[in-house]
Design a protein around this ligand. Structure first.
Ligand code: ATP
Length: 337
């Protein structure tokens, strides 16, 4: 438990980083009770990370305030109220702590600053990662009163993608994507991640589009085949196993995204795929140098308007060179603060 006495100085700041994820494979197997889809996905954390700073101060009751959210130096289009997944995670944590800690001991005001790097509403699970980071940071503050499994159980209540971010790395998600099996392998993956702005299909809309189009002849995209390929370490074989069942329904409704994906396929890399419900795309590449070279070609084409880009004059695209990581949320306590 954090010391209350003034005589024991202790930093009241916790800093956490939550990575983004890519769905290396994503398939829909059927329906689950409660209106959910049964999915099978191979997920991978990457080194594009959001930075969260939590400042704790004593108060008469528990509260959490989100002071600022910025993306690329500007205010991000993300709610700062109790709808933010950070606030939802903190409130759930405090509800659950009841039988572990005396209620007055939880009377803190937490002020949060969030610097986003993971594209917002892009299919990279940024908000889910932030929720996981909040659970991990609060658990650290409250003396690790919950086990890793208890944190995972709480995470699952916040959203299907949240538990994955507690441990991150490479994991297969089944059922709603939240029944997780970790995949051990030694392959470092390099990517160019391409995030078009101004898209406008939410995750529920993409699921609805998928249901409308449902094509029973579509090929199975196996997370287990992806995991086996990762263990083999051969990138060309690995790329063959990647895929996303949403691509057809999203590309048919968003021809500009299909165009970008086709251009990326032409420019280079082993494969270009959609992550989650999009619109973020990733190119699997040989190494960072190849990711940078594709990034440069993409930028040159976009600026000059060649190869069909002039047909889409309003496209705004951000791209990131990224690598796979073997961890989820990380925490550091800065003793200087
Ligand atoms: P999902 O597939 O869950 O929709 P995503 O990866 O596509 O997620 P997120 O960046 O997580 O995209 O944002 C999804 C939605 O959640 C957005 O509409 C956003 O406003 C909202 N949101 C709530 N809290 C956060 C947060 N801390 N960071 C980002 N978005 C958040």
């Amino acid at each position: 438990m954090p010391p209350l006495s003034q005589s024991t100085p202790r930093t009241n700041i916790l800093k956490a980083r939550s990575p983004g994820k890519l769905n290396l494979t994503f398939d829909i197997l059927g329906d689950l009770p409660g209106g959910y889809h049964e999915v099978e996905t191979l997920m991978q954390t990457v080194d594009i990370q959001d930075n969260l700073t939590f400042a704790f101060s004593r108060a008469d009751n528990f509260s959490l305030e989100i002071k600022s959210i910025e993306f690329a130096g500007r205010a991000a289009d993300v709610p700062v109220d109790q709808n933010n997944l950070i606030a939802k995670a903190a409130n759930l944590f405090i509800q659950n702590i009841g039988n572990k800690v005396d209620r007055p001991e939880t009377n803190y005001r937490i002020s949060v600053q969030l610097r986003k790097c993971v594209p917002v509403a892009g299919g990279m699970g940024g908000g889910s990662g932030n929720a996981a980071a909040t659970l991990v940071a609060m658990n650290s503050w409250f003396d690790s009163c919950f086990s890793n499994q208890e944190l995972m159980d709480m995470a699952a209540k916040l959203g299907a993608d949240v538990p994955f971010f507690i441990n991150g790395g490479t994991q297969i998600g089944t059922e709603r994507g939240d029944v997780l099996t970790s995949v051990e392998h030694k392959t470092d993956l390099s990517f160019l991640i391409v995030g078009p702005k101004l898209f406008g299909m939410s995750t529920p809309e993409v699921y609805r589009a998928y249901d409308e189009d449902k094509n029973d002849n579509s090929q199975r995209i196996s997370a287990y085949a992806g995991a086996e390929a990762l263990k083999s370490g051969n990138s060309a074989n690995i790329a063959q196993t990647f895929g996303n069942a949403f691509e057809a329904c999203v590309y048919s409704r968003k021809p500009e995204l299909k165009f970008i994906a086709n251009r990326l396929k032409k420019i280079g890399g082993y494969c270009t795929r959609l992550t989650g419900s999009g619109p973020t795309l990733y190119v699997l590449t040989k190494d960072t140098a190849e990711s940078e070279s594709i990034q440069k070609s993409l930028s040159d084409e976009l600026i000059s308007g060649i190869n069909g880009w002039s047909d889409w004059p309003d496209l705004e695209i951000t791209s990131f060179v990224a690598s796979s990581t073997n961890h989820g949320v990380t925490l550091d306590v800065d003793p200087e603060l």
